[in-house]
Design a protein. Structure first.
Length: 223
């Protein structure tokens, strides 16, 4: 039980009611354990983002259950044990890159000095220190995605969930970013669930989950 970071049993999610109801996820059962590195693949609209949000505790299931046996109550997941890098732009416009990365640390109660130091170290680890004083509006889409990953990593989470984290990067930058992410997560003992369309990204992870039409169809380990 202490190795299971998140577990879902028969999880379903429906948005809306009546004739306008949309079934986004159907009867998904899963476990993510410490240190696992999982690629969540499938076409657009297959339910990947819904599953990521349910794993993160951002959304709640319409049926079934999601629990975090090794992490505790859903209200204690963030910021700290669970971090999320969203698909769209999520940096706060008024804050600099360094301030955006430091924010989760401040929210969990770290001192300003500690948060600034840790943010600087994480940006350097990701090769982003030159962007520290820039505002989000000054970043390219790819730079913003990499900063969002740095913000997700800064707390040293046990579970990092990322939705298309390299979607705005070319293949070479995607590969480099994923190699950095894998190295940093390995040293911190962070489990990864990466929702991606990119076969290169999926191939760098140890395990592959496939989704289609709201169903988690199969789980296959890379050989």
């Amino acid at each position: 039980m202490h190795d299971v970071l998140v577990r879902g049993q028969g999880v379903g999610r429906t948005y809306g009611t009546g004739e306008r109801a949309t079934r986004a996820l159907t009867s998904a059962t899963f476990e993510v354990r410490r240190g696992e590195r999982i690629a969540l693949v499938g076409p657009s609209g297959s339910g990947k983002s819904t599953l990521v949000h349910l794993m993160a505790g951002i959304d709640v299931p319409s049926e079934g259950s999601v629990a975090w046996p090794a992490l505790g109550d859903r209200r204690a997941l963030r910021p700290g044990p669970v971090a999320v890098a969203f698909q769209g732009r999520s940096l706060l416009p008024p804050l600099s890159v360094a301030e955006n990365v430091a924010l989760p640390l401040l929210l969990r109660g770290d001192s300003e000095a500690e948060a600034c130091e840790r943010a600087g170290t994480t940006l350097a680890d990701m090769g982003l220190e030159a962007l520290a004083d820039k505002l989000p509006e000054e970043l390219s889409g790819g730079q913003a995605q990499r900063v969002a990953l740095a913000r997700a990593l800064v707390t040293g989470p046990l579970l990092l969930l990322a939705d298309e984290p390299t979607g705005q990067l070319d293949h070479e930058h995607a590969r480099r970013t994923m190699e950095l992410l894998l190295a940093l997560s390995r040293s911190a003992g962070t489990a990864l669930v990466i929702a991606t369309h990119d076969g290169l990204v999926a191939g760098l992870l140890d395990k592959r989950w496939e989704m289609r039409d709201g169903r988690l169809e199969r789980e296959a380990r890379h050989v």
